[in-house]
Design a binder for this molecule. Structure first.
Ligand code: PLP
Length: 390
């Protein structure tokens, strides 16, 4: 009998956070109290001015297909934003608007990776990177992001891992799941290491507005790096627009044409309504973003101090995003078991470290996209849970 689906489907993996959410929701439906710290989406509503821009677009009948790489005004607005915020001077033709940040990853791999190519992926890192590298026939090579290096890149290790098969390096700054940042001098060192070698970078900058300390440096802003970098960015996190599905890639014109070809063959274009709303998101007032980042900062300050106050837990202070990645190795149980028991016994939903790669063992991820009140309850429950393990 023939297999029902193509073999390549076995190469894809999923995001465990969604599985944990499903289990947590099922427990909640049974009447159990759950604090949700598993899912990576802001707990804020999309700012009012953006919603109004979407309604206006609909009322004006802007509801048809758009040009495949995005409406011209949005691409111009993104180009201006890239120059002002990221320090990367680009033209609108170098921008492709797609339905979310994730398609940029998927399309970048389909576009660049050949069987046998190696792609250096952050580990712990966003699990979809490795999944789509494999799907494209490539080999993911782990770039260990260790606690002892503040979850940043080990430059010596990276130098050893680069070889003639290396096609692409993925950087995610600030990073999911650790909230760690790559220091500007290290970004400069990475650029120096690969410049002129025919190696591309996928620079995932989706969290680059949610930062508490140093502003991250985009590798594309460094000399001769722009043409070798695909910037991934979008609206999901910064503007609390996860359900709107809008992101974009920034890349040289030739690559942009290839990415547009993948769009023609898949989505045709991103939602017209969402695109008009996105123009307002970038060009309109930014107060809501400032307020959201301030709220995340307060929660981070509270949570990190509280976690470090629990016997057996150690947690580095994240420089950005809305994740904490505490070390729970002292309890001597695998992180997946810790996370499952935490949900069953303490009603806290959190992702286990190995959901983000083997170097995540000994850690769990808390997404602090939840109220300060709920974080306080979670810390009390976690404290009691950890005392029970000792
Ligand atoms: N990149 C990273 C590191 C993420 O954590 C996420 C979402 O969780 C994305 C990209 C994708 O974002 P989007 O929802 O816009 O597809």
């Amino acid at each position: 009998m023939k297999n029902a689906v193509a073999d390549r489907m076995n190469l894809l993996h999923t995001e465990s956070a969604f599985q944990i959410l499903a289990k947590a929701n099922a427990l909640e439906a049974q009447g159990k109290s759950i604090i949700h710290l598993e899912i990576g989406q802001p707990d804020f509503k999309t700012p009012r001015n953006i919603i109004e821009a979407a309604c206006k677009a609909m009322n004006e009948g802007k509801t048809g297909y758009t040009p495949t790489p995005g409406i011209p005004l949005l691409r111009e607005t993104i180009a201006a934003y890239c120059e002002s915020y990221k320090g990367v001077k680009v033209s609108p033709e170098e921008i492709v608007v797609v339905p979310g940040g994730k398609p940029v990853m998927f399309f970048a791999m389909l576009m660049l990776v050949q069987p046998g190519d190696e792609v250096i992926c952050p580990n712990p890192g966003f699990p979809i990177y490795e999944s789509v590298v494999r799907f494209a026939g490539g080999k993911p090579v782990a770039m260990p992001l260790l606690e002892k290096n503040n979850f940043s890149v080990d430059l010596e290790q990276l130098k050893r891992d680069i070889n003639e098969k290396t096609k692409l390096i993925i950087l995610n700054n600030p990073g999911n799941p650790t909230g760690g940042m790559i220091r500007s001098e290290d970004i400069i060192a990475i650029a120096d290491m690969i410049r002129g070698k025919g190696i591309y970078v996928l620079s995932d900058e989706i969290y680059d507005r949610i930062i508490f300390e140093e502003k991250p440096l985009s590798i594309a802003s460094l000399p001769d790096m722009k043409d070798w970098t695909i910037i991934l960015d979008g609206f999901s996190k910064t503007y609390a627009m996860t359900g709107w599905r809008l992101g974009y890639g920034v890349m040289n014109k030739e690559l942009a044409q290839h990415m547009s070809m993948l769009m023609v063959n898949s989505a045709s274009c991103a939602s017209s309504i969402t695109q008009w709303a996105a123009v307002e998101a970038l060009a309109g007032p930014q107060d809501a973003v400032t307020e959201m980042v301030e709220a995340f900062r307060k929660r981070r300050d509270y949570l990190i101090e509280a976690l470090n106050g629990i016997d057996g837990i150690n947690c580095a202070a994240p420089g950005g995003a809305f994740y904490a990645f505490p070390n729970i190795a002292s309890f001597g149980i695998p992180s997946a078991e810790f996370s499952n028991r935490l949900l069953d016994e303490a009603g806290i939903a959190a992702a286990w470290g190995t959901a983000f790669g083997s170097f995540g063992e000994g850690f769990i991820r808390f997404s602090y996209a939840n109220s300060l009140e709920n974080l306080k309850i979670a810390v009390e429950r976690l404290d009691t849970f950890c005392r029970g393990l000792k």
